[in-house]
Structures are given as structure tokens and as C-alpha cells.
Design a protein around this ligand. Structure first.
Ligand code: EPU
Length: 437
């Protein structure tokens, strides 16, 4: 399986700003659902087919990981069939886990299915240290023996026990890993203070579609009965990517344009759509579409990232970028990942007026006009944000970090072009034309 975008290392994104985006764009399937669902397929007693699967580097990497364990993965358009019955190994290769933290999500299903898993610790990444202590503590409480040797987690359990587990931190990954592990436990596992992101709900629904018994009796609580045989009866369709949809909504709003994001789930985007309204954007949600009306100069606002249903950290760089040209002073507080402001110095180089104080960015957009520059994006959402900055800026902006973008946005350049953006891929050493001429 190869990356549909080809070589990403030597290429950069060139955006010429000043055009108002308009028209329609359709959201792809959610990356952050696809990854845990592909891992969960390990639990099934036969092949599993997922539809609405985005063709992304991260999705290809997780398939590569399952293949390295012996599974078979086959794409047919947007549908992916995984046959886990040929898995013979339970040791995830470091090269793949290093490439993508979500690889750690194979731990729970391997442990549940085979009673044993070896997965390297994923370590930090460009948005923060991101420990996995909560995943491991919960598995330990369920009877897993956890050992660390040379950076690898060895987890073993003859039989996991259903227990009452309270998460100290609301973690998407820990909730997902432990729900999958609980499939192999004796009795009922009760999980409290779970993450409630739509992608967690999608995993629960997928497991139920395979025959799992998972109850969601109250807020942030899951009750999982272990030991049932899991088998697929019909293909399962992954939910739309709310972060991709939100990125396009912000891109359209940033240019003052009007347009529709189709095939999204408006209920998953309320935190963003409320903010857009506060910023002065006219907006209508109907069925699976969200339509923005063209807007004038936007207004400043306050944003605080929080676990769902709060404002998503994965849209923080994009909305902060839009606020660099909004009238007044905005305060954006990042409370999920401490290092998610790596893009701020790049925005400042384009003329943004931002001061960072601890985990808050204070953005004064009064009278600001961004100017194109060569900039670096250090992570997936950072590159998306810099692209939005390029759309808002006068002249050309060259964004390096295309390799990050293809991990999480399907057909991003083509979708932006479809909305009327002046955007293309160029050599990473491209010299910008005079932006002030
Ligand atoms: N945390 C701990 N200990 C743990 C687990 C998490 O301290 O054992 C902390 C993290 O360091 C972080 C917070 O808890 O400060 C929340 O992290 P969480 O575990 O919820 O994040 P994740 O599961 O590693 C997923 C998404 C991220 C998204 C976050 C938050 C996937 C594959 N990744 O990560 O997506 O930002 O939830 O919503 O689902 C992205 O798509 O760009 C991305 C980074």
C-alpha cells in the first residue's frame, strides 16, 4: 500500500492569498475513528470491512502495523477489509510505533485476544510528551502484568478481569485501549471518567455491531461485558471527520467567503459553529451539511480547548490563525496539549500580533493584514493552520511540512482547489515572488 500523494519530503504547499473561498467540499471519514477501529478488528473472529475509510498516511501505517503481525489488509476504494485470523505475532515494530502514536492502540486488542502484547512506548511528539500511564494503570487494575524492557511495554494476562476503573485524566486513547482490552476480560468492566469524543462512540458502536455488549448508562461511564465472540455481519461505515470539516469551515470563514461542507455531522461540530456565530459568521446546519454565509471582518472571541463536547484541541491552531485578523483581542487557551503553540512564531513572521502567556495565546487582530512568507508547519494541525494563514495573507506563502498534512487530510490540495483556493505543491526550495510589489 502506498501513499496516494507520492513523495512528500521534497514538496511544500504554495498558497497565494486574497481569494474568497466558495462552493462545496465533502468531508472524508474520520482519521481518529479509522485508527482505533482498524486496531479493534484484531478482536474479530473473521474478516472485517470498514467503509468511508480515508486514504491517509496514518491509516496506511496502522495497516502496515497489522500486516507486520500477520493480518491481511486490502483497500477497495474507500472500503478496507482486514482479515485478523492470520495474525501470528503480538510484537509491534518500533519503526511503526515511532511514526505514529496511535499504534499504541494495538496493545488492548492484542492483550484481549492473545493474552500477550509487546508494544514500544510511543514517546513524545511535536504537540507534547503525551504519556500512556493511564492506559497502563487501567490494564494493570484489570490484572495485566506490565513490564518495561528497553523502551518496550510487555503486557501479559492469562485472563483479564472485569473491574471498576476510574480514569484520572479524560483520555481518548486510554478509553479506547481499555474498552478494547475489556472485550477479552472475564465479567463486566466498568469504566468511569471516559472520554466522550464521537470517535470513542464510533468505536463502541463498531464493537456493538460485531456483537459486543457495551452499555453507556450515564455520563462518561461505560459498562463492557467481556468474553463474547465478535464477528462482522455487515460492513461498518466510519463517521465523518469533524476536524477536517471544521478546518474547511474555518478556511472558508477566514477568507470572508461562503460555502458548504457536505457529508459532515453538524452535531459533532457545535463547539466550533457556536464560536463562528460569536465571531459574526452566518451559518446554517441542515442534515449533513453546514453552510456559511459570506462575512465581513470577523470579531474577536475567547476559546478554551477541552475534551469533547468542549472546543477541540485539533482545531485550536486553525481558529487561532483565523483570529489573527479578527477585530479586537482574542484569548485562546490550550488546556489539552501544552506544546500546541509551535506555529505561533510562524504566524508572527507573517505579521500576526500574538503574545503567548503560559498556555494562552493573546491575539490582537485589530488592523492586522497578514503577508505571505516561507513558514514551517511542525505537526498535522499546524500545517493546516499555516495553509489558512496563506489564504488570508497578501501574496505567496510557502508552507513546509506537507508530510504532516497527508497523515490526516485526504485530498487536501484538491479539496481546497475545489473551493477556489490558489494552492499547489512546489519544490520545498521554491523562492517566493515579491509579496510587497
Ligand atoms: N494523557 C496522560 N496520560 C495518558 C493519556 C493521556 O497524561 O495515559 C494526557 C495527554 O498527554 C494529553 C491529554 O491526556 O494532555 C489528552 O490526551 P488523549 O489521550 O485524549 O489524546 P490521544 O488519545 O493521544 C487523541 C487524538 C488526537 C487528539 C486528542 C485529544 C487520535 C489518534 N488522536 O489523541 O488527535 O488531539 O485525542 O482530542 O485519536 C490529531 O488528530 O491531530 C491529534 C493529535
Amino acid at each position: 500500500m502506498s501513499n496516494p500523494e507520492g513523495n512528500t519530503e521534497n514538496r511544500a504547499i504554495l498558497v497565494t492569498g486574497g481569494r474568497q473561498l466558495s462552493g462545496e467540499v465533502a468531508a472524508s471519514g474520520a482519521k481518529n475513528s479509522a485508527l482505533p477501529l482498524i486496531c479493534a478488528s484484531v478482536l474479530a473472529d473473521g474478516p472485517v470491512t470498514l467503509t468511508n475509510v480515508p486514504r491517509l498516511d496514518d491509516v496506511l501505517s496502522i495497516c502496515e502495523l497489522l500486516e507486520s503481525l500477520g493480518a491481511k489488509c486490502a483497500f477497495d476504494g474507500g472500503s478496507l477489509t482486514i482479515d485478523p485470523t492470520s495474525i501470528t505475532r503480538q510484537d509491534a515494530p518500533y519503526e511503526l510505533v515511532r511514526r505514529m502514536r496511535a499504534s499504541f492502540l494495538v496493545l488492548g486488542p492484542l492483550l484481549a485476544k492473545f493474552g500477550h502484547a509487546e508494544v514500544p512506548l510511543p514517546g513524545g511528539c511535536n504537540i507534547g510528551p503525551r504519556p500512556v500511564d493511564e492506559h497502563l494503570r487501567a490494564l494493570g487494575e484489570m490484572g495485566a502484568e506490565i513490564e518495561f524492557k528497553k523502551g518496550v511495554v510487555y503486557a501479559g494476562a492469562k485472563k483479564l478481569r472485569g473491574e471498576q476503573v476510574y480514569f484520572n485524566i479524560t483520555s481518548v486513547g486510554a478509553t479506547e485501549n481499555v474498552v478494547m482490552a475489556a472485550m477479552g476480560a472475564e465479567g463486566v468492566t466498568v469504566l468511569e471518567n471516559c472520554a466522550e469524543e464521537p470517535e470513542v462512540a464510533d468505536l463502541v458502536n463498531f464493537l456493538r455491531s460485531l456483537g459486543a455488549d457495551i452499555k453507556t448508562p450515564g455520563s462518561k461511564r461505560l459498562e463492557v461485558r467481556g468474553g463474547l465472540a465478535l464477528k462482522q455481519r455487515e460492513p461498518y461505515s466510519i463517521i465523518p471527520d469533524r476536524i477536517e470539516a471544521g478546518t474547511f469551515l474555518l478556511a472558508v470563514a477566514a477568507t470572508g467567503g461562503g460555502g458548504t461542507v457536505k457529508r459532515c455531522e453538524p452535531a459533532h461540530l457545535t463547539a466550533l459553529t457556536e464560536k463562528l456565530r460569536e465571531m459574526g459568521v452566518g451559518l446554517r446546519a441542515e442534515g449533513n451539511d453546514i453552510t456559511l454565509a459570506p462575512n465581513g471582518r470577523l470579531k474577536a472571541t475567547k476559546v478554551r480547548t477541552q475534551p469533547y463536547p468542549g472546543f477541540p484541541t485539533d482545531l485550536q491552531p486553525q481558529i487561532t490563525t483565523v483570529l489573527t485578523m479578527a477585530q479586537g483581542v482574542s484569548v485562546v487557551t490550550e488546556s489539552v496539549f501544552e506544546q500546541r503553540f509551535s506555529y505561533l512564531p510562524e504566524l508572527k513572521r507573517m505579521g500576526a500580533n500574538i503574545i503567548q502567556q503560559d498556555n494562552a495565546a493573546i491575539v490582537d487582530g485589530t488592523g492586522v493584514r497578514l503577508t505571505g512568507a516561507p513558514v514551517d508547519g511542525y505537526d498535522l494541525r499546524g500545517v493546516a493552520a499555516m495553509t489558512i494563514a496563506g489564504l488570508m495573507a497578501q501574496g505567496e506563502t510557502l508552507i513546509r511540512g506537507f508530510g504532516h498534512l497527508v497523515r490526516g487530510y485526504e485530498d487536501f490540495i484538491a479539496k481546497m482547489e475545489g473551493l477556489g483556493a490558489d494552492i499547489r505543491l512546489v519544490d520545498k526550495d521554491y523562492e517566493l515572488k515579491n509579496n510587497h510589489g
